[in-house]
Design a protein around this ligand. Structure first.
Ligand SMILES: CC(C)(COP(=O)(O)OP(=O)(O)OC[C@H]1O[C@@H](n2cnc3c(N)ncnc32)[C@H](O)[C@@H]1OP(=O)(O)O)[C@@H](O)C(=O)NCCC(=O)NCCS
Length: 176
């Protein structure tokens, strides 16, 4: 198990979150963004998620933000209101120590507590073994691959769709 403490993110965590995501945008294929969003933009995104009541978590290790995870709307049309899409990013230096798993399990619990019924991961790059691995380990199943839908670093990239039911999933109809 990881030695990280997981807690809700605050605005004070956003400079570290911005730095972690900047690295993923500049050097990774998990995200299809090409230009790293600055602190102002990350703060706007954070506020929109907070205003929508979505969970946004950070993993703290040795007093610093080691990673973060959040859930947000999957798609804006209202029939999708019980479905969320998740994101999880760690500092590269602390991969494969159980922190991604720990963040994801807590995020799933937070979404279940809020009554969401499905979580969807849209994983950039079918070569992203870490992300596919952590989603598989947290109960997601493979839905399929959209081949060659992204162009980054001069090459075509797939997205991998994975999905996990939350709480009662599709076995009941929510009353609200
Ligand atoms: C994806 C990511 C969050 C995973 O977090 P992590 O802390 O490195 O992963 P964990 O140590 O918690 O791994 C949990 C399980 O996932 C699987 N896994 C993790 N990394 C893996 C890898 N590189 N290859 C295969 N399986 C892997 C394993 O089953 C692992 O359990 P094990 O170590 O007991 O075998 C992290 O690697 C990351 O930030 N990657 C870059 C950004 C990214 O891809 N984000 C996801 C966007 S959709």
């Amino acid at each position: 198990m990881s030695s990280a403490e997981i807690r809700p993110a605050t605005a004070a965590d956003l400079p570290a979150v911005t730095e972690i995501y900047e690295h993923a945008v500049l050097y990774g294929t998990a995200t299809f963004e090409l230009i790293p969003p600055d602190l102002g933009e990350m703060s706007r995104r954070f506020k929109a998620l907070m205003d929508g009541g979505f969970p946004y978590l950070v993993a703290m290790r040795d007093g610093t933000v080691a990673g973060y995870a959040y859930a947000g709307p999957y798609r804006p049309r209202p029939a999708y209101r019980f479905t969320v899409e998740n994101s999880v990013y760690l500092r590269p230096s602390i991969h494969r120590r159980g922190i991604g798993l720990h963040l994801m399990l807590r995020l799933i619990g937070e979404c279940e507590a809020r009554g969401y019924r499905q979580m969807i991961a849209v994983i950039g790059d079918s070569a992203n073994a870490g992300s596919i691995g952590v989603h598989t380990k947290t109960g997601f199943r493979m839905i399929g691959t959209h081949p060659d839908v992204g162009l980054k670093f001069g090459r075509w990239l797939d997205t991998v769709m994975m999905q996990r039911p939350l709480g009662e999933g599709a076995t009941t109809i929510p009353t609200s």
